[in-house]
Ligand binder design. Structure first.
Ligand code: 4AD
Ligand code: MG
Length: 461
């Protein structure tokens, strides 16, 4: 493999002739010397390329080296005269792989993050998005490492499904029917027998149901893949297409599930701090001051725990502060999540045992008949980062909940069958991958931590 600027910057100067590929970030030209800053996406800092015009006198070639151009620079790594870097490349020859005209949108100046979103196909060439994407990649690797090191099997659950996991109806339909001419029965209902799959299908909102059936065979599994939700939520933490990590563990109750969630988050945060020091320092300086310290605190402090009922007590005491005052039974919204974690606990908190009415059908019912064994992990600044639960392992109780909620048992027939054949306590959770990237980088809007964000009224590029 060819050398990357990241490694070159830490090398001692030597006599070897090397070639470095990258894109020109800036060019400073004077009478005798020309400086280029070359970036190849491996690091924030570029490599300074020095062109001594007394020996390099190809003026027309030099003129074509503009901001944004793709170039291959050949020369020797020498000790830098300037103070900003240890080494620089003393150029002997230059190849211009791709020129870049002056209407290149990323000229040297500060661009707003909103503007960068409009040029999502170019924004990875900025320091910010480049750093976010390297951290995103490292975080994905850390996730696989955590589970692989702990004996979890990576399972790929389908993206096209005929069962709505969360039962919330927020699905994108998948069809090849001609929407101008939909086949219908006499009573007006759509004839899905003529559709591609012979029945109504949609993009998955979660791989959990399929994941459960694999946990009931392989014991500990995890999924990590795209997830789709047609939620009409125009917020800084919702996407219509996002990535979710869903471990599922058999012979596992909610308490163990909470423990795994806590050690998992701590592991992946620490992994990024250890392996992306340059990027993390950059975010700390330019995106969110104090971010590293906050993460270190999170890694070194036990998460708080409280039940939903306790949480509601805390919130009710300050109901006048909220846009949406709460009472027992109401959903906990972002403002409440932030209060619980930032003000009450001052660290991440795991809230458990929610009213059954506000959680999905598959959660295990508590003895009280009113609450279920669900948990949400809330973190300061962001609120919910993980949602999980112990699953209802009892066939009759599960069927009862499906009916109670007006869902169609025939849509979940195979899922119900898993409760007949060697059913056992099992639990799992889902981590929103982009929320995790948001959290570690400090980036405020979820649209800036995924390459091409999809959200309400927006699926460009
Ligand atoms: O809480 P949720 O809906 O839980 C589930 O889907 C379960 N099936 C998970 C499980 O138990 N296996 O979603 C899990 C997490 C949330 O905590 C949040 O971090 C993220 O997924 N998430 C979203 N992230 C971005 N955009 C959205 N629209 C999201 N909806 C959920
Ligand atoms: Mg949730």
């Amino acid at each position: 493999m060819k050398e990357r600027i990241k490694e070159l910057l830490t090398r001692e100067p030597d006599e070897r002739i090397i070639s470095v590929e990258g894109w020109v970030r800036t060019k400073r030209d004077s009478k005798n010397v020309c400086f280029l800053e070359l970036n190849d996406g491996s690091t924030i800092k570029g490599l300074q390329v020095v062109i001594d015009k007394s020996s390099f006198n190809n003026e027309s070639q030099l003129a074509a080296v503009t901001t944004g151009a793709a170039v291959i620079c050949t020369g020797k790594l020498v000790a830098s005269q300037g103070g900003a870097q240890a080494v620089e490349l003393a150029l002997t020859s230059l190849e211009i792989a791709g020129t870049c005209p002056s209407d290149y949108p990323l000229q040297k100046k500060r661009h707003t993050i909103e503007f960068l979103r409009e040029i999502a196909y170019l924004r990875p060439r900025t320091n910010l998005i480049g750093a976010v994407m390297r951290v995103r990649s490292t975080l994905a690797y850390a996730i696989h490492r955590f589970f692989q090191e702990n004996g979890f099997v990576y399972v790929n659950t389908p993206l096209i499904t005929t069962s709505d996991c969360e039962g919330a109806g927020e699905t994108f339909q998948v069809t090849t029917l001609d929407l101008e001419n939909v086949p219908r029965y006499e009573d007006g209902k759509v004839d899905y027998a003529q559709d591609f799959f012979g029945k109504k299908a949609s993009l998955t909102v979660s791989g959990q149901l399929e994941g459960e059936s694999y946990a009931l065979a392989l014991k500990n599994i995890y999924t990590f893949g795209p997830t789709f939700r047609a939620e009409n939520s125009n917020t800084t933490r919702h996407l219509a297409e996002f990535w979710m990590v869903e471990p599922e563990m058999a012979f596992c109750d909610l308490e163990l599930d909470e423990e795994v969630a806590e050690s998992f988050l701590k592991y992946i945060f620490k992994y990024v701090l250890d392996h992306c020091p340059e990027e993390m320092a950059f975010f700390d300086q330019f995106v969110l001051k104090g971010n590293i310290e906050t993460l270190e605190h999170v890694i070194n402090t036990p998460f708080a725990r409280m039940t939903y009922t306790q949480a509601i007590k805390e919130l009710e005491a300050v109901n006048d502060q909220f846009d949406f005052p709460v009472h027992w039974g109401s959903d906990i919204q972002t403002e409440h999540e932030k209060y619980l974690t930032e003000v009450v606990c001052k660290r991440p908190v795991i809230v458990t045992d929610y009213p059954k009415e506000i959680k999905a059908f598959y959660m295990k019912m508590n003895e009280d008949g009113r609450t279920v064994r669900g948990m949400d992990v809330l973190v300061p600044r962001l609120g919910e980062i993980i949602g999980g639960s112990e699953r209802e392992a009892d066939y009759d109780k599960l069927l009862g909940r499906i009916n109670e909620l007006g869902l169609r048992p025939e849509d979940y027939w195979w899922y119900l069958e898993t409760r007949r054949f060697g059913s056992v306590a099992h639990s799992g959770f889902g981590l929103g991958f982009e929320r995790a990237v948001q959290y570690v980088t400090g980036v405020a809007n979820i649209r800036d931590v995924i390459p091409f964000p999809r959200y309400v009224k927006s699926a460009d590029f």
